[in-house]
Design a protein around this ligand. Structure first.
Ligand SMILES: [Zn+2]
Length: 288
């Protein structure tokens, strides 16, 4: 039996496009979706990322950032659509701990195990990381340290990956943040890879030709060296000959031999559907 993917619609974020991709066409503010996922297999339930704590919290990162959320986009409401209560969830996996990925983890009881790469938690409290790691969110993760089985810290830089349950494993992403991880899930249709914010925009990063042959675009938000970020992207695109790629802020796409396969997104398991890149320019003038 394999896993079924359900996308959780956790609102939207508006922010300055320069925070997302370099050389994006147009300037000004863009609006992108915030997504989490519910993975189900029989009685097993796993959540990947928990969205933002509240829409206002996004203002802390500045640069015209703003959260948008309808009542039905709260995590608890999104789980309810699938008949799931927080206490039913066995594991919550965090691709990373940024403000829009770990904001509602405290709805889960201590009997749910939260899974974080140790390096990511260390980075979040390193003093190097700024307002993208709200203390409310990080303190909650730290509280879990002191309850048996409430927190599972992975060591992905020094391992080839760790299995969470049969058919779900985590691997070091090597990009975006110091401790970001990829979540690899076996579904009936094939391998699904949740890449967090290593890819913000499929169109800008994976489908826009660059000057050098066969190259891949970077986001404009990463903390490792540019060379490492590029290598992380290349590793991601070669993770399997064929897989489904799920970025947190864009629609999923099918990758075959490191290329986006045109037109395949409609068949993707659990996709909310829609166009390829939902990074819509709001047409606001660039800030003076
Ligand atoms: Zn994000």
């Amino acid at each position: 039996m394999t896993w079924t993917v359900h996308t959780l619609d956790l609102g939207e974020v508006e922010l300055n496009q320069r925070r997302i991709v370099p050389n994006g066409e147009g300037l000004g503010v863009v609006r992108v979706p915030v997504q989490g996922w519910l993975l189900t297999k029989g009685e097993h339930k796993v959540v990947v990322d928990t969205g933002f704590r509240n829409p206002d919290i996004l203002k802390r990162i500045g640069d015209r950032a703003k959260g948008i959320e309808q009542p039905h986009q709260r995590l608890i409401e999104q789980l309810k659509i699938h008949g799931v209560e927080p206490q039913d969830v066995n594991y919550v996996l965090h691709t990373h701990l940024h403000i829009d990925h770990a904001g509602q983890t405290d709805i889960f009881p201590m009997s749910t195990t939260v899974v974080v790469n140790r390096r990511e938690l260390e980075y979040a409290v390193s003093g190097l990381s700024g307002p993208s790691y709200p203390p409310e969110d990080i303190k909650h993760i730290i509280d879990r340290l002191h309850t048996p089985n409430a927190l599972w810290l992975l060591d992905l830089e020094s391992t080839s990956g760790e299995h969470i349950l049969p058919g779900i494993r985590c691997q070091n992403a090597g990009g975006h943040t110091e401790g970001s991880m990829l979540v690899l899930v076996d579904t009936e249709q094939g391998l699904a890879v949740f890449c967090g914010d290593l890819v913000y925009s499929v169109r800008h990063q994976l489908m826009t030709p660059t000057i050098t042959h066969n190259d891949i675009g970077l986001t404009s938000n990463y903390v490792v060296a540019r060379r490492s970020e590029k290598a992380a992207m290349k590793r991601l695109m070669q993770i399997a000959p064929k897989f489904f790629l799920y970025p947190s802020h864009d629609w999923p796409v099918t990758i075959e031999y490191s290329k986006v396969v045109e037109g395949a997104e409609k068949t993707l398991p659990g996709s909310l559907g829609g166009c390829w890149c939902r990074m819509t320019s709001m047409g606001y003038p660039e800030e003076a």
